[in-house]
Structures are given as C-alpha cells and as structure tokens.
Design a protein around this ligand. Structure first.
Ligand code: TRP
Length: 445
C-alpha cells in the first residue's frame, strides 16, 4: 500500500571535515553509529567529505589531500557501503558553490554575526585587545552558508551532529524558509539529530578526546603504537592491590565505549579488587584491538590503493549530481536566471511544450483501486503501477517520479509492476524529458 513515507524515505546527511587524522573519538562519537544507521530500512543516507570546509582552517594542500584520503578510507573500512549510500566529496558537486551564492543572498548578515565559530574568534580578539576581525577570513564568516548549501542541496530531513553544530542546522532551516518564502517551496526544512546515547570519549589526559587538545588515539595506529598510546593514558598513583575508582577514570570510560555490559561489569570488579593499572591497560588494549584489527586491515589495503578510493568518490559524485544538477536548474529558474528566449517568445515555448512527449495516465480499475501508467511519446506503456487505495496516493507516487525520477523509481519498486533494466532506462529517460519540458513550460509564466 502506498504511504507518503514510502514515497519519500527519510534522508539523513552527514558531513565530516577532512582536516586531520581520524581518531577513536571520531569512531565512537560518529562513524560507528552512522554506519549502523545507514543500513536501517527506510533511510536514505548521504555521507560526504566537506573539503571546501577544510579550506577554511587548513591552508596546507598536502594535508587536505592526505586527510581526505584517510577519512574516506576510514569510512569505507568501517563498513560504509557506497552502493547503498551516496558517498561523495563536497568539491565534486560544483552545484554546491552555486547554491551557496543563492543562499548568501537570502541570509541576513546579522544572522551570520551570531554564528558561534565566528563569534568565538571575535571574542578572543577583543579579549586580547586586537582588532575584532583580526584573523577572520570571509570564509570563516560564511561557513554556515556553505553548510546550509550542503544540507539543502539534497533536501535532507535529518542531520546528525554534535551539540556544537546545532546552531548551523537552525541557520540552514532559516535559509530554507526565507528562500521558500521568496521563491516558492523548493527546500525541505532540515532538523538536527543529536544522539545523546553516543559516547564522547575521553582522551589520553582525561579531557574530551579532540585534535585541539592533542590527546587523541589515532583510529588506525599500528598495533604496537596503539598499545604504547594506551599505556600513556593518565591514571592515579594507586598501587596494585589497592581498589580503584571507576568514577572519573578515562581508562574505564574508554573501555566501556567498546565493551559489552558483561565485559564492563568484569572490569568494574577488577577495579574494586585492585587490578594493577598495567593489567587494566592491557585489557583495554586487547578489547579495542579486537574491534579495530579487522577494520585496520581493510584501512591499510584501501590506503595502498588511493586510485580505488578516487574511483568510489567519483562514482558517488555522479550519483549525487543526478540530483544536484536538475535541482540546481530548477533553482536557477526559480530565482530568475532563465533562458531569455523562453521568456520572450511565449509562442515558441508553448509550441515546444505541445510537441509530443511522454505522459502519465491515471485511471480506476474495476477492482476499485487507482492506477497509473507512464506512456512514451508514441503512447506505449513504459511503466505500470500497482493499485493504490486512493487517487491521492497514486498522485503522490507520480509526483515523486516527476521530481525524483531515477531515485523514485528505485524507492517505488514495490508499487510498480516489475520492469527489466532496458524498460527502467527508457522510463528514466522519459521522466527526464518530462522534467525538461516542465522547466521550459514554466519559464513561460
Ligand atoms: N561543519 C561540520 C563539522 O565541522 C562538517 C559539515 C560540513 C557538515 N557541512 C555539513 C555536517 C553539513 C553536517 C551537514 O563537523
């Protein structure tokens, strides 16, 4: 049965800035959770490397390249399936920069003045008695608009982020609202998704594991290095045999992020019984290594084959651009960047619209259900739907096909009679033709 949720699956979009080497905090706080979520039924996931964002912070070209490679390899090694999700590099989607400009023009400067990342720099400068805008690039100032373009380009419903990013999602929502108000409904209003169950991992010194504190454990350090790093986690000076506190123990918290409830309970008992710190560290090392070792092997293989990663990312970009290209032409038209002849010569446009083209036919069968067909320009059926309970349900499916085309074909597979690859290709082409005709036709008004 057609429901609106089967017409448009929940879209989840995750961006990560390639500005360093991924560490265990990234893994526990984001990668592991989002890879799991990406295989949930009814979810359509977009993952991308925000390399345009990286340029704001990092001005070392080799570091950008290296980090992009490492982060892409990490996601893939952790099980992200590029067949199943859309996995791409931001800078391959050239439409993102164009959309950034459109959004720039509907975003209040005052709104950007209040963005945390920019304000933090400002406050620091003022505290030091310097010019408020010292070291502030326009890139840092515009950061939220670029992020808005990432999100709105793919009409994401949900954006999983840390608390520090929630403000940016609200700004994206605001941009979408203003644009929709000005130019008609084009954008979905995104929502932040904060998962408080996801652990923040303490680092070597007990503070939150973060690149800016220099207390991280790289995710794919070789075994010997991992062991050495774990040995350097701070503990108190209690001797073997003395009971230890789990409360406030970084070692215990890291262990908990990897272990099952039973394993955690066992370590809690060992603490109470006075386990030596050296032995507890050995337990932690083995527990982490057990989870990471198979991922590390995949990671190393991927890092030795950058051409394969490049191929995967370019294929992902092509998949993403199947959406961003037509969407951007819709948006260009909406704001008035239009074909001049189409507007001026109304007669010609109308004539073009009358040229035979594919069409949808809706009808009711004797079984009382509502059906549709997609016909080609000659009237031959390209697609045949199954029965819908109401004409609205059938209409929604048609609208999805008109707007999301190939993607909707896949999403609606259950509501269509089976078609082979050739028929699907022909149907996709017909849907593209219809979309082009619709864009040309609406430019008359
Ligand atoms: N700014 C985010 C970060 O540093 C990364 C990012 C860029 C992002 N664009 C995005 C996250 C869009 C979610 C959606 O963490």
């Amino acid at each position: 049965m057609a429901t609106s949720s089967s017409v448009r699956p929940l879209r989840v979009l995750t961006g990560i800035t390639p500005s360093g080497t991924p560490h265990l905090g990234n893994y526990v706080g984001s990668i592991r959770h989002s890879v799991r979520q990406s295989v949930a039924p009814g979810v359509e996931s977009f993952f991308f490397l925000a390399d345009y964002h990286a340029l704001i912070k990092v001005q070392e070209p080799a570091l950008i390249q290296r980090s992009t490679l490492e982060i892409a390899a990490s996601w893939l090694a952790c099980g992200l399936d590029p067949e199943r999700v859309t996995f791409y590099r931001q800078s391959d989607i050239v439409e993102i920069t164009e959309l950034t400009w459109f959004l720039t023009c509907v975003t209040g400067k005052g709104v950007l003045n209040r963005a945390h990342a920019y304000k933090a720099q400002l406050d620091k400068n003022v505290a030091k008695g310097e010019d408020p805008d010292a070291d502030v690039t326009a890139g840092l100032f515009m950061y939220p608009v670029l992020m808005g373009a990432d999100i709105l380009m793919f009409n994401a419903h949900k954006v999983p982020v840390g608390r520090d990013q929630v403000q940016h999602i609200e700004m994206a929502r605001d941009m979408a609202q203003r644009f929709n108000h000005q130019y008609g409904e084009h954008f979905t209003l995104p929502e932040a998704e904060i998962d408080d169950a996801v652990a923040t991992l303490p680092g070597l010194d007990g503070r939150k594991m973060s690149k800016s504190y220099g207390n991280t454990i790289p995710m794919f350090a070789p075994r010997a290095q991992l062991q050495k790093q774990i040995a350097s986690i701070v503990t108190d000076s209690r001797a073997p045999g003395e009971p230890k506190d789990t409360e406030g123990s970084a070692l215990f918290q890291i262990y908990q992020a990897f272990a099952s409830a039973d394993e955690t309970e066992a370590l809690r008992r060992a603490y109470a019984e006075g386990v030596a710190w050296g032995d507890a560290k050995q337990m932690l090392f083995e527990r982490i290594d057990r989870e990471v070792a198979p991922l590390r092997a995949r990671y190393e293989a991927l890092m030795n084959d950058p051409a394969e990663i490049e191929r995967v990312l370019l294929a992902g970009a092509e998949k993403a651009r199947q959406l961003s290209r037509p969407f951007m032409s819709e948006l260009r038209h909406a704001v008035g960047l239009r074909n001049l002849a189409a507007g001026r010569d109304k007669g010609a446009a109308r004539k073009a619209a009358k040229v035979a083209k594919p069409s949808f036919k809706q009808y009711r069968e004797r079984d009382g259900l509502f059906y549709f067909k997609l016909l080609d320009a000659q009237g031959a059926a390209l697609l045949q739907s199954r029965g819908f309970a109401s004409p609205q349900d059938a209409g929604r499916a048609i609208a999805a096909l008109q707007q999301q085309r190939a993607e909707a074909l896949a999403a609606l597979a259950g509501q269509l009679e089976p078609a082979d690859a050739d028929a699907l290709r022909a149907a996709t082409e017909a849907l593209d033709t219809l979309a082009e005709a619709a864009a040309a036709g609406s430019s008359e008004s």
